[in-house]
Write a protein that binds this ligand. Structure first.
Ligand SMILES: [Zn+2]
Length: 183
């Protein structure tokens, strides 16, 4: 093995530096940082391990594996000798309220709605009308649903976690090895 990754000193490894590093890990379906999306539930450091607990926006989200791998890669240098462990807190329910203000703005720019529907329904991000309807339950991706607006004709995506915050379905979707829970 060569020494091409210069290890950062242990002093540099804090919860905050880990969080900062995770700032550059984007959700595979919307180009917004997982930190801004509120996916990070906690970071824990000890002598042998850096563990990151995440909350999925939807239990069966296929992006989970991609995100976990990104995190491991992103943190491998910072973590030095420590193992990087990614876990999913499936008991915690992600809601759009976890998204930061900046994350929300970024989503809006991509035409993705990440708010809980009001009693009037889902609001069009372009014209503000509530006269919207669900086009396709599976939208552009499993985690998003595509809506269209009858007033301005725009199509937009709504993060599915925003529509159904508590799907209590099993995680049996795509077999094991999808980075679900490590110990
Ligand atoms: Zn509209």
């Amino acid at each position: 093995m060569n020494e091409q990754h210069e290890r950062m000193s242990d002093v540099a490894l804090t919860e905050e530096t880990v969080l900062q590093a995770l700032e550059s890990v984007l959700d595979p379906e919307v180009p917004v940082s997982i930190r801004q999306l509120g996916l990070i539930q906690g970071v824990h450091l000890d002598e042998d391990e850096v563990s990151v607990a995440l909350v999925p926006t939807m239990l069966a989200c296929p992006g989970r594996e991609v995100i976990a791998e990104e995190i491991r890669q992103r943190l491998s240098q910072l973590a030095g000798e420590r193992r990087v462990v990614v876990t999913w807190e499936t008991r915690v329910i992600w809601t759009p309220r976890r998204i930061t203000a900046s994350g929300r703005q970024q989503l809006q720019r991509w035409g993705v709605v990440a708010r809980e529907p009001t009693p009037h329904g889902v609001r069009c991000p372009y014209c503000g009308s509530y006269q919207t309807r669900l086009n396709n339950a599976f939208g552009a991706a499993v985690c998003k649903a595509q809506f269209s607006c009858s007033i301005c004709g725009s199509a937009f995506d709504v993060l599915r976690g925003a529509l159904r915050p508590a799907p209590a379905e099993a995680t049996s979707q795509s077999g094991d090895g999808d980075g679900s829970v490590h110990d």
